[in-house]
Design a protein around this ligand. Structure first.
Ligand SMILES: NC(=O)c1ccc[n+]([C@@H]2O[C@H](COP(=O)([O-])OP(=O)(O)OC[C@H]3O[C@@H](n4cnc5c(N)ncnc54)[C@H](O)[C@@H]3O)[C@@H](O)[C@H]2O)c1
Length: 442
C-alpha cells in the first residue's frame, strides 16, 4: 500500500519540482483550463489530419516519393481537372453540331490514331472530348503538338489517366457520351521486355477502368476499342481471319490485347455493353509514332545512320500489311456509326448486346526491304542497310489481314497503297521537322 502511495505521488510530481502545487485552488482552475486547451488542440489536430487525408485522396495533383518512382502512378497523379471553367471546356468540346451527330469520348487522343480519329469526328460535326496522360513512352512534345492541333479544331484533350476512376465518372457526369472510342494503350511490341508493368497498367487495368465507367454510366455508351493484329501471334495461316486462333501471343503486348478481347466479352455478357474490337494492322502516316520502323528508318536514313533490317529463318522475307491512317480512320468511324446501343443501365444488363471484332488492314503485305526502297526514292538518299536475323523479342515474320468481314459489315475498303501513303508521311515528316525547327523528332 505504501508502495502504491509512493507511485501515485511520483505520478503527480511536476517535471520542474516546486512549480506545481496541488493544494491551491487557483492552480487547479488553471490546470482545468490547460486540459481543455489540450483537448481543443488534440481535436483540431485530428480534424486537420482528416482534411489532409481527403486532400491527398482527391484527384488534384499531389506528389510523393513513392509515386514519383512509379511511372504508372506518376501518370495518374499529374492530371489536373475539375472546376467550372474546366467543365465548360468539356461541355463545349463535346457539343454536337449536326442533327444526327454522336458524342464521343476519345481516349488516347494525344496519340497517333487518336488525333486523326478525333479530327475526323469533329469535322463531321460530332461532339468529341479527348483524354490522354501524355506519357513519355516516346517524345511527349509530339503528343503536345497533336494536342495543339486538336485545340485549334475545337477538341479539348483532358489530361489524365484512364485508371483514374473518379475522373472518368466526372466526365460521364458532365457529358452523357453516346460512344467511347478507346485508343489509349501502351503500344509497341519490343518495349514490353523493358517495361512490362506499363502494359498491365494501361492495357489491362486501364481497359477495365474504362469499361467500369461505361457500364455504370446512364445511358451506357457503345464502346469501340483498339485491339491489334498482334493477337494472331504465331498463327501461320494467312491471311489472318477473325475466326483464326489467337491463343499463341508472341509478346506481352499481344497477350494484353488478347486479354482485352476476353475482358470485353465479360463486360458485354454481364452488363450489356455494346463493344467492338478493332485489330489494326501496322498503321502508318503523318503524325505517326516515332517507335515504328517506317518512322525511325526515315530519320536514320536522313541522318546517315545505318538501319537494321530483319529477316526470317533461311533469309525469309519479313513483311507487314501496312495500313494507311486515313483507311484506319474510316474503319473506326464506320464502327462507331454501326455500333448498336448498349442494353444495360445503372450497371445492370437488360438484354443481349452487340459484340464484334474486325480486322482493319490493307490486305496487301509488303516486304520491309521494299518499304526501305520506297523511302530511299522519296528521300533521295541511299540507306546504309544491315541485314540481321530477326530476334525473338515479340515481332512476327508476316502479317496479312483478311478484311472481308469489315468489308461486309462496315463497308470498309482501304484505298491507299504504301507508295502513296509513304509519300504523304515523308511530306509531313520533312515539313514538321523544318517548321518546328527541331533536330527531328523520335
Ligand atoms: N499504330 C499501330 O500500328 C497500331 C497497331 C495495332 C494496334 N494499335 C492500337 O491502337 C491504339 C492507338 O495506337 P497509336 O499508334 O495511336 O499509339 P500512341 O502511343 O500514339 O497512342 C496511345 C495514346 O494513349 C495514351 N495513353 C497510354 N496509356 C494511357 C493511360 N493509362 N491513360 C491515358 N492515356 C494513355 C498515350 O499517351 C498515347 O498518346 C492503341 O491501343 C494501340 O495498341 C496501334
Amino acid at each position: 500500500m505504501s508502495q502504491m502511495k509512493s507511485i501515485s505521488h511520483l505520478d503527480n510530481a511536476p517535471s520542474t519540482p516546486g512549480k506545481f502545487k496541488m493544494d491551491k485552488s487557483p492552480y487547479i482552475h488553471r490546470l482545468r483550463w490547460h486540459s481543455s486547451m489540450a483537448k481543443i488542440a488534440f481535436y483540431s489536430f485530428v480534424f486537420v489530419g482528416i482534411l489532409l487525408v481527403f486532400f491527398l485522396r482527391s484527384p488534384s495533383p499531389t506528389s510523393s516519393a513513392a509515386a514519383a518512382a512509379d511511372p504508372a502512378r506518376r501518370a495518374l497523379i499529374t492530371s489536373t481537372w475539375g472546376g467550372a471553367s474546366w467543365e465548360k471546356r468539356v461541355r463545349s468540346s463535346a457539343r454536337v453540331r449536326t442533327p444526327r451527330g454522336i458524342t464521343v469520348l476519345v481516349t488516347g487522343a494525344g496519340g497517333f490514331v487518336g488525333v486523326h480519329v478525333s479530327l475526323a469526328l469533329k469535322r463531321r460535326g460530332d461532339g468529341v472530348l479527348g483524354l490522354d496522360n501524355f506519357n513519355d513512352y516516346y517524345d511527349p512534345s509530339l503528343k503536345r503538338d497533336r494536342q495543339a492541333l486538336l485545340e485549334r479544331s475545337g477538341v479539348f484533350v483532358v489530361e489524365g489517366d484512364i485508371n483514374d476512376g473518379a475522373l472518368l465518372r466526372k466526365l460521364f457526369d458532365v457529358v452523357p457520351f453516346s460512344h467511347v472510342m478507346h485508343l489509349a494503350a501502351q503500344a509497341g511490341v519490343r518495349y514490353a521486355m523493358q517495361n512490362p508493368s506499363s502494359y498491365v497498367h494501361s492495357n489491362i487495368a486501364g481497359l477495365v477502368s474504362v469499361l467500369e465507367a461505361c457500364k455504370s454510366a446512364n445511358p451506357q455508351p457503345a464502346v469501340v476499342w483498339a485491339s491489334s493484329s498482334s493477337v494472331y501471334g504465331l498463327n501461320s495461316k494467312v491471311p489472318f481471319s477473325e475466326r483464326d486462333r489467337t491463343d499463341q501471343p508472341a509478346s506481352l503486348y499481344a497477350a494484353t490485347k488478347k486479354a482485352g478481347e476476353e475482358i470485353a466479352h465479360t463486360y458485354n455478357h454481364i452488363y450489356g455493353l455494346s463493344i467492338t474490337g478493332l485489330r489494326f494492322f501496322t498503321v502508318y502516316g503523318p503524325w505517326g509514332r516515332p517507335d515504328m520502323a517506317y518512322f525511325f528508318f526515315t530519320k536514320d536514313i536522313l541522318s546517315g545512320r545505318s538501319i537494321n533490317i530483319f529477316e526470317g529463318p533461311n533469309h525469309g522475307t519479313v513483311a507487314r500489311d501496312f495500313t494507311y491512317i486515313d483507311d484506319i480512320v474510316k474503319g473506326c468511324l464506320a464502327s462507331l456509326d454501326t455500333a448498336e446501343k448498349s442494353t444495360g443501365s445503372g450497371g445492370k444488363k437488360k438484354a443481349p448486346a452487340q459484340l464484334r471484332v474486325f480486322n482493319l488492314g490493307n490486305t496487301s503485305p509488303v516486304p520491309v526491304t521494299e518499304l526501305v526502297s520506297i523511302l530511299e526514292k522519296l528521300l533521295k538518299v541511299k540507306a546504309n542497310k544491315k541485314m540481321l536475323k530477326m530476334p525473338r523479342n515479340g515481332d512476327v515474320q508476316f502479317t496479312h489481314a483478311n478484311i472481308s468481314l469489315a468489308q461486309k459489315e462496315l463497308g470498309y475498303k482501304p484505298t491507299t497503297d504504301l507508295q502513296t501513303g509513304l509519300k504523304k508521311f515523308v511530306k509531313w515528316y520533312l515539313g514538321y521537322n523544318s517548321i518546328m525547327g527541331r533536330k527531328s523528332v523520335g
